[in-house]
Design a protein around this ligand. Structure first.
Ligand code: OOG
Ligand code: NI
Length: 484
């Protein structure tokens, strides 16, 4: 029997979910095909196409999303994903994300080390229903939801035990590995169990997300997102295939400068047939929209300063759009492909704002302290004098980069954007739902969520900072000089 390490389990898990999802949602298969075509073309067309990730990594790369109903369920999710070397990173409060708030707080489970990400970067955005948020749920309904959630079982004892064993050993023997994969994949399948009609519809009135999470006895992957190297081209090709995408590509605009953070787009959920159980006990067919398709392009991670700048630019885009809802004339910001998603007033405005105010090269982004980069000794690096003691043992980073001794490499953004996430949630909402903004919001942050689920949640910036520091440490050792 051979031992299967966590990263191989993770790669196999992503593949198994992809296989399962493809049979359940045929449009996903089209999306994966088109993504593959775009990636192959981009990789063949540009020398630096793999600067933000090898083609092997990007082709296998997926993120999924699940939603659960309580801290106890979140804690179990942490065990299941822990088996695959995926750990909670980041905190997202989607209750407050501009205009489209939903009653959840979220984190993402993903590998945290550069080497593990390079092997397989599978990640799952995981949301927890905030049943104690009085803007959405009154105390009675909240108690009813909690009772319902506490009584169900998302993950069986065998799965959790195997997960714990995998965490303890950093992997499993092949027999157990297979069983773990089978049980974990099945736990995220859409269940065929009849849906309690009245309960589901009652929750749906408050929020479709609440119904999706607490209206049924199981959870499910609600989308699985491939990564593409050119999302504008993908958008165009999907529309040519007759799949209507949402109006916009979310996140940064397309522009001539470096790609940063995350750009995403999606297509709406389709109605899927489900069985309902009615109040009189009768069972009958119906339909629900719970799943959708999404695709993403990833860029350079921004530092806190870069992120503040990004957020300020978003605010500026909103401000200009409020003043001029049509946006600038297309011709004034054009020189881009003729794609519907790039011609909306928001995109045109964003492009204009970015051209005015965003550092337009990787070097400028780094020098402004806005992007996360790592540094490696260049292959053809000019000779660095051996340190002579005193001042001579130190070299400044910018001096070494300018001299061509160190090469700057972008660190890819491995996380999510709350505003895009809230937008993505809308992909499967038919109605806004009801809420009373005057009632109390529960205060949640990374630490509170971490305490509730009894597992640490890493700060994304801490991880990017550590990757940068490790690269500098390694370079300093190779050069035999201190880098300041
Ligand atoms: C998660 C939405 C967030 C993304 O890519 O931002 C997300 C959900 O709909 O449950 O997946
Ligand atoms: Ni997503």
């Amino acid at each position: 029997m051979s031992f299967v390490p966590a990263w191989e389990l993770r790669a196999a898990f992503a593949r198994a979910l992809s296989g399962m999802y493809g049979t359940e949602v045929p449009a996903y298969t089209t999306l994966v095909e088109v993504s593959l075509g775009v990636n192959t073309d981009v990789a063949a067309g540009a020398e630096d196409a793999e600067r933000l990730g090898s083609i092997a990594r990007v082709t296998a790369e997926r993120h999924g999303a699940i939603r659960v109903g309580s801290p106890a369920e979140m804690a179990q999710v942490a065990r299941v994903f822990g088996a695959f070397g995926m750990y909670a990173v980041g905190f997202y409060d989607l209750r407050d994300a501009a205009k489209s708030s939903v009653p959840v707080v979220s984190t993402a489970f993903r590998p945290t080390e550069a080497e593990e990400l390079a092997r397989n970067p599978f990640r799952v955005f995981t949301s927890m229903l905030a049943t104690d948020d009085r803007r959405f749920f009154d105390p009675e309904l909240s108690a009813e939801i909690n009772r319902f959630v506490d009584a169900r079982e998302l993950f069986g004892a065998e799965l959790l035990e195997l997960a714990d064993a995998a965490i303890a050993a950093g992997g499993l023997d092949s027999g157990d590995a297979e069983r773990l994969l089978e049980l974990a994949t099945a736990a995220f399948e859409l269940s065929a169990e009849p849906v309690d009609h009245d309960w589901y519809r009652r929750l749906e009135k408050i929020s479709a997300v609440a119904a999706d999470i607490a209206g049924i006895g199981s959870t499910h992957i609600n989308h699985l997102t491939p990564r593409v190297l050119d999302i504008d081209q993908l958008y165009d090709r999907m529309e040519q295939r007759g799949i209507t995408m949402i109006d916009e590509i979310q996140g940064p605009p397309r522009w001539h400068g470096p790609d940063v953070l995350l750009r995403q787009t999606s297509f709406r959920a389709l109605d899927e047939e489900r069985t309902f159980r009615f109040a009189d006990g009768a069972v009958g067919p119906g339909s629900l929209r719970v799943r959708f398709g999404e695709v993403e392009a990833r860029g350079i991670a921004l530092t806190p300063a870069g992120r503040d700048h990004y957020d300020a630019l978003l605010t500026e885009v909103d401000r200009r759009l409020a003043a001029d809802p049509d946006g600038p004339a297309k011709a004034s910001v054009a020189d881009q492909p003729d794609i519907r998603a790039l011609s909306t007033p928001r995109q045109l405005t964003a492009r204009q704002v970015w051209t005015e105010a965003m550092p337009a090269t990787e070097q400028a982004l780094d020098e402004a302290g806005m992007g996360w980069f790592s540094y490696a000794v260049a292959q053809d690096a000019p000779h660095v004098d051996a340190p002579q003691g005193g001042e001579g043992t130190r070299r400044s980073l910018s001096e070494l980069v300018h001299a061509g001794v160190l090469e700057r490499r972008p660190i890819v953004y491995e996380d999510f954007l709350p505003r895009s996430a809230a937008g993505i949630f809308q992909s499967n909402l038919a109605a806004e739902g009801e809420r009373d903004a005057t009632r109390d919001a529960e205060a949640y942050d990374l630490h509170r969520l971490s305490e509730l689920i009894g597992a640490p949640i890493a700060d994304p910036h801490g991880l990017y900072r550590a990757e940068r520091a490790a690269s500098l440490q390694q370079a300093a050792e190779r050069l035999g000089t201190e880098i300041t």
